[in-house]
Ligand binder design. Structure first.
Ligand code: 13P
Length: 340
């Protein structure tokens, strides 16, 4: 394992106020998003959409890394240029989603375990040879009556740690993603407690599996009240609860924390990230690794039509700029055409 290379890659992913573009939706998830807009759910359309994203002019000015899916990492532009080459030439570090999705966790109704460890060593080696420099694994935890259970938290943390150790062995920076979902009627406080417990368990397991913390990126949820909670939280309350939870749970050796957006709108996610960076000087870089909050507006505009490509690319660039501003504490709602 080349430790310095891992540390350098992890630092580069969070450097210069940039963040990551999560464009690694699995085929079923991508198809679901297409179906909502009436876009044909075919390889051709998924290919066209991903080509649109990675060929956005100037994207590398704001985006440090892009997370791809197995189908996408093997694709080429219409002119034959491999997607990986396009991304690298744009100054963006390519990464790959390597988990195989969730399955019901036996003995734990309503809870899931993320699978994909079987054969992972070989798959990582192939991706590394292709040019990927980091990988992602997402665990899913749901808040509800008596859940998440200790069994679910521990089983997912163990899998995340085994995955992370295998990534570092293969020379890939693991992006460790334990997502506490925002569905539910739980309060902001409850979300903070569950997220802290999940993160603390994950870091115990990373330590047990001898993962080098300087060579990982953490990809957590922000601490938010559940979607159906009757008590809304202000942007400041979310920022404070999130950073407090992270300070209590994430060792300072970790170079960067890149949030998922989890269903927040682009504007709300930018506002939350902005206030965190405005109010706190934290030991880790606080950045974004958004999927929907970065490129859903682009998908809505594109709608499967080539004539909308430019407008969609501008929308992606706009959200990328807003989030770079949020890293500097300089995002303003006026950037999105709203009065403060
Ligand atoms: P969202 O930002 O849409 O939650 O996606 C991020 C991600 O990578 C989920 O695994």
């Amino acid at each position: 394992m080349n430790e310095q290379k891992l540390v350098d890659t992890a630092r580069m992913l969070v450097a210069n106020d940039k963040g990551l573009l999560a464009m690694d939706e699995s085929i079923p998830t991508c198809n679901k998003r297409f179906a909502k807009l009436g876009i044909p759910q075919t390889e051709e359309y998924r290919h066209a959409y991903r080509e649109l994203l990675i060929t956005t002019p100037g994207l590398g000015e704001f985006i440090s890394g892009a997370i791809l899916y197995d189908e996408t990492i093997r694709q080429q532009k219409k002119d034959g240029t491999p997607f990986l080459q396009v991304i690298t030439e744009a100054g963006i570090i390519p990464g790959i989603k390597v988990d195989m999705g969730t399955q019901a966790l036996a003995g734990h109704p309503g809870e899931t375990i993320t699978e994909g460890l079987d054969g992972l060593r070989d798959r990582l080696q192939e991706y590394a040879q292709m040019g990927a420099r980091f990988a992602k694994w997402r665990a899913v935890l749901t808040i509800g009556t008596d859940i998440p259970s200790q069994g679910c938290i521990e089983a997912n943390a163990q899998n995340l740690a085994c995955y992370a150790a295998l990534c570092q062995e293969a020379g890939l920076v693991p992006m460790v993603e334990p997502e506490v979902m925002m569905e539910g009627d739980n309060s902001l406080e409850e979300s903070g407690e569950v997220t802290a417990e999940v993160l603390q368990t994950v870091f115990q397991q990373l330590y047990t599996q001898r993962v080098m913390l300087e060579g990982i990126i953490l990809k957590p949820n922000m601490v938010l009240p559940g979607l159906t909670c009757s008590q809304p939280a202000s942007v400041e309350q979310v920022a404070d609860a999130t950073v407090q939870c992270l300070l209590r749970s994430v060792p300072a050796a970790v170079p960067g924390i890149a949030f998922l957006s989890g269903g927040q709108s682009g504007e709300v996610a930018s506002a939350h990230l902005n206030v965190m960076n405005l109010r706190f000087r934290s030991p880790w870089a606080l950045t974004f690794s958004f999927g929907r909050a970065l490129h859903q507006p682009a998908l809505d505009l594109w709608h499967g039509k080539e004539s909308n490509t430019l407008a969609a690319q501008q929308a992606l660039l706009h959200r990328s700029k807003c989030n770079v501003a949020a890293r500097q504490g300089e995002y303003k709602t006026e950037m999105d055409g709203r009065t403060a």
